[in-house]
Design a protein around this ligand. Structure first.
Ligand SMILES: [Zn+2]
Ligand SMILES: [Zn+2]
Length: 370
């Protein structure tokens, strides 16, 4: 018997994070007796008088209301994770009067803290409460991409011209109860921090190290490899390609990558915007069609930091991650527990098997409207 990637355990290297994922394809056959999520298709009204994101409604914090917006709508989060201004964090705040010298020494070694400032935004994708990205038209998704671009440009302007404490804008969407999304109204978020968050900084460091070693860009090379092999490509057009990455952790994880170097959404042409909208529509429609359910995920954009230098722009490469939790049906999701918490990430189905499943699904017609 010879080694087969679809039958035998192996580890795959993720060059973006410098981590490994354990791949156990033979386990995909085991029976499932664990937890199942509630599936049930819930019909949503176009307008929900109790929704704090619907046009004209009072917001969660109370005291103010949304305008009767017609397209996308961005506002500052009423319950932000980071704030624009707060009292200064004194360096010696961790130290207490009269504590032993040993405790002080250990604190210096082990307890590091810095303040963080920023701002958080909510981006309503549509005034229509019942929609999700796959159910929106391509033109409507272009409006979402434009809203992301506008927010990137505006926060960058504030960072550069007004010295606002903005260094990185993390745009993301949590979709579905399984991902902890508390409101079904189609919306995403953007958290703007005065530091580059850990995951993003790891990627920047690993991409810079790759370029130093190989003289080319990690994601540029990866796009060339995936387009040549085609095994893991789910959908592609002139500007972008969506793949189940070789090193995927989540069963149907995908990576949407700019085919040519684009540092950030600021540099998107009209064509890029339309192409990204089309990829997003196609990919999320395939996702919904996979288990005939409104497919939950966390997704987000990775790109250059705000006010990046020429060097930092060269190192950044626009891409998006989709991390969906579902494993084998609308009700069975993957858990990251046990070995994954204590050892390393693990998956059963291979990336190639997941990509093949997604490739054969319809990305134009949604199951419910078919
Ligand atoms: Zn709503
Ligand atoms: Zn990334």
């Amino acid at each position: 018997m010879s080694f087969s990637f679809s039958d035998h355990s192996h580890r795959r290297y993720n060059p973006l994070t410098n981590n490994y994922v354990l791949c156990s394809p033979h386990r995909a056959k085991r029976p499932w007796q664990g937890a199942e999520e509630l599936a049930g298709k819930i019909e949503m009204p176009m307008y929900d008088p109790k929704c704090y994101l619907c046009p004209g409604n009072e917001r969660a914090a109370g005291g103010h209301s949304n305008p009767k917006y017609q397209s996308t709508y961005i506002f500052e989060n009423d319950f932000p994770a980071v704030q624009l201004s707060q009292p200064e964090l004194a360096e010696d705040l961790l130290f207490e009067e009269g504590e032993e010298e040993l405790v002080r020494l250990l604190k210096k070694k082990l307890m590091r803290v810095r303040s963080v400032q920023g701002n958080c935004y909510v981006i309503c994708f549509s005034p229509n409460h019942s929609l999700t990205l796959p159910l929106m038209t391509r033109a409507e998704i272009v409006e979402v991409v434009q809203a992301w671009k506008d927010l990137y440009i505006e926060t960058q302007r504030k960072a550069v011209q007004e010295k606002a404490p903005y260094s990185y804008l993390q745009i993301f969407e949590n979709k579905g109860l399984a991902m902890g999304c508390s409101n079904p109204h189609p919306h995403g978020q953007a958290w703007c921090l005065d530091v580059v968050p850990t995951e993003v900084q790891h990627e920047f460091d690993n991409m810079a190290a790759y370029t130093k070693k190989n003289g080319s860009h990690l994601l540029g090379d990866y796009v060339a490899l995936e387009l040549a092999e085609k095994k893991r490509v789910v959908v592609a057009n002139d500007s972008f390609v969506a793949v189940v990455p070789f090193w995927a952790l989540w069963p149907f994880e995908t990576l949407v990558i700019a085919k040519n170097h684009i540092a950030s959404i600021e540099d998107f042409s009209e064509k890029n915007k339309e192409d990204l909208a089309l990829i997003l529509k196609c990919l999320t429609t395939k996702y919904d069609n996979l288990f005939k359910t409104s497919f939950p995920y966390s997704m987000g954009l990775h790109q250059a930091k705000l006010g990046a230098t020429e060097e930092e722009k060269k190192n950044a490469w626009f891409h998006m991650h989709f991390y969906p939790p579902l494993l084998r049906s609308a009700t069975v999701k993957k858990f990251c527990v046990g070995f994954e918490m204590l050892g390393e990430a693990q998956r059963d189905l291979t990336s190639e098997q997941a990509a093949a499943r997604l490739q054969e699904l319809d990305g134009e017609t949604h199951y419910s409207s078919a």
